[in-house]
Design a protein around this ligand. Structure first.
Ligand code: UD1
Ligand code: CA
Length: 522
């Protein structure tokens, strides 16, 4: 409940009684021209559905009650509403007999409604909450029976026209298909948002006819009826006509998406974010970006994504429900449900899947995929790896081309790598397995047993060099010639007839140990 200040005829102002407010969103229509199995109001637009945007725009009214008229695809629309606006009451309009019919059904479901009734078409997603607030304030300050939001547009095709009398007062609203040629020339249109006094709306709705081109009950006819009854009605003209745009098909929806993209980008740029290429940067309305972040081209920031101060994101990056810490760098990356810590580094060409958590200064490098992986402060997975179901401590380095083998064909298992570990290139960690703090593993190892802290694990085939093999088996090739020039061992043997490849000969001690270089990569 809020109080509002109203002007009295004597010029003084007073705080009026708290005014009841009810919001009615019209969302029962099919939206035929969308040509979609999805009800029109559920089509997504930069982070919300169409109806989700409309509900968000009414949020600041602090309405006592919100009613959403559903019809086409009612089950899906109701399920969606339960998720995004559980306090809203869906009301079924089984047959869509027009916007007036829809409001009549909505009010029948809430018979005790008094005060202001705000009605908004469910398909005008660019409407700002400030504009709705101004519309309601203008209506309530004027004590009007009804107030319509209008806009002056270049192309009014398909929309209802605001017909004013010689004194500029609203006379009626006429649908284009019912309009005279003179009325069609009017460029002031009905934006599809209204405020009514509940009692006078209810009375007028009872008098609506279907005597029009579509044979429907038009909500817009309420205005003519109220004017004829001598009731005060008002027109509130929107400052920004683009807010009043609806969409009938996917081409128009794409137009709205561009407008909203520009609006969102402008807001972030004016609040201190650098967006290098606004035309290719798409930020959902639900995202937040802190100052001095830099967003490079071809970047999408979606869902509940947050970008910290001085982070660099992009180019060519899509972040969904992902948190990027201050000063982090995220380059050519696709991330879903990930947490990227402050000053961490991701990409180029990284894929972070849900429950990836990088601590401060951690690194996930090139062609690396992660999932359910917690990567401690300063730890690095620089190249060509899959890290799934893993915990990595601090300051560890995972060698290039490592796979955390988390799946046994039936269940997923966890791998734990300690802190300050150095694992060799081309390792397989066959989970469940644990590598202790400060441990090393040799390149090419398949680690199936736990590695104690400080140990070097070597788990790979022993190397044999079959001297002279190329000279014998690939004689006459460029490789054989090069080997001979290099003084290859076994050149003598190669000249002996019947020499074999020596394959049966194993080294006597049967052991192998890492040399000075264990193949770990930095
Ligand atoms: C309506 C207005 C028109 C205005 C335009 C602005 C009427 C008669 N005309 O026209 O003056 O310029 O919006 O966008 O109101 N709906 C229902 N039940 C129904 C019919 C519609 O819930 O029986 C819902 C639709 O889902 C939609 C909204 O009401 O969200 C508007 O309906 P739509 O058919 O799109 O009206 P327009 O022809 O655009
Ligand atoms: Ca419409």
């Amino acid at each position: 409940m809020r109080r509002q200040t109203a002007s009295r005829p004597d010029g003084s102002s007073s705080v009026s009684q708290p005014r009841a407010r009810t919001v009615v969103v019209l969302a029962a229509g099919e939206g035929k021209r969308m040509k979609s199995a999805l009800p029109k109001v559920l089509h997504p637009l930069l982070g919300r559905t169409l109806v989700g945007h409309v509900l968000a725009a009414t949020g600041s009214l602090g309405a006592d009650r919100t009613v959403v008229v559903v019809g086409h695809g009612a089950d899906r629309v109701e399920a969606h509403l339960a998720g995004i606006a559980p306090a809203a009451t869906p009301v079924l309009q089984a047959e869509q007999n027009g916007t007036g019919h829809a409001v009549r059904i909505a009010l029948a479901a809430v018979p005790e409604t008094a005060g202001s009734v705000v009605v908004i078409n469910g398909d005008v997603p660019l409407l700002r909450s400030e504009t709705v607030d101004q519309l309601v304030a203008a209506h309530e300050a004027a004590g009007a029976a009804a107030t319509v939001l209008a806009a002056a547009v270049d192309n009014p095709a398909g929309l209802g026209r605001i017909v004013r009398d010689h004194a500029g007062r609203l006379e009626r609203i006429v649908e284009e298909r019912d309009a005279t040629p003179e009325q069609r020339a009017i460029r002031e249109i009905n934006a599809g948002s209204y405020v009514f006094d509940a009692a006078r709306l209810r009375a007028a709705l009872g008098k609506l006819s279907t005597d029009n081109d579509q044979g429907e009950e038009y909500l817009t006819d309420v205005f003519g009826l109220l004017v004829d009854a001598g009731e005060p009605v008002g027109v509130h003209v929107a400052d920004d006509a683009t807010e009043t745009l609806g969409c009938n098909d996917r081409y128009e929806l794409a137009g709205l998406r561009r407008l909203l993209r520009d609006r969102v980008n402008e807001r972030w740029m004016r609040s201190g974010v650098t967006i290098l290429d606004p035309a290719t940067t798409w930020i959902d309305v639900t995202v937040t970006v802190e100052r001095d972040a830099v967003i490079d081209q071809n970047t999408q920031l979606l869902g509940t994504t947050t970008i910290g101060a001085e982070a660099t994101v992009g180019p060519d990056t899509t972040l969904i429900d992902t948190a990027v810490g201050a000063g982090a760098t995220v380059l050519r990356t696709h991330a879903v449900g990930a947490e990227i810590g402050p000053e961490a580094s991701v990409g180029p060409y990284a894929y972070l899947r849900p429950d990836t958590r990088l601590a401060r200064k951690a690194k996930v490098g090139t062609f690396v995929e992660t999932k359910k992986a917690t990567i401690g402060e300063g730890s690095k997975i620089p190249h060509l790896s899959y890290v799934g179901d893993a915990t990595i401590g601090e300051q560890s380095n995972i060698g290039a081309a490592t796979v955390f083998v988390n799946y046994d064909g039936v269940a997923k298992h966890h791998t734990t790598i300690g802190s300050h570990a150095r694992t060799g290139a081309d390792n397989m960690f066959v989970a469940p397995v644990e590598v202790g703090d400060g441990a090393y593993t040799a390149a090419g190892s398949v680690i199936i047993q736990d590695v104690p802290p400080g140990a070097m694990a070597v788990a790979r085939g022993q190397q044999r060099n079959v001297d002279g093999w190329v000279l014998r088996k690939r004689a006459g090739t460029a490789a054989a010639d090069a080997a001979r020039r290099a003084g290859a061992a076994g050149a003598e043997a190669a000249r002996r007839p019947g020499a074999d490849d020596g394959g049966a000969v194993d080294r006597a001690d049967g052991t192998v140990g890492p040399g000075a270089d264990d193949g770990a990569t930095e």
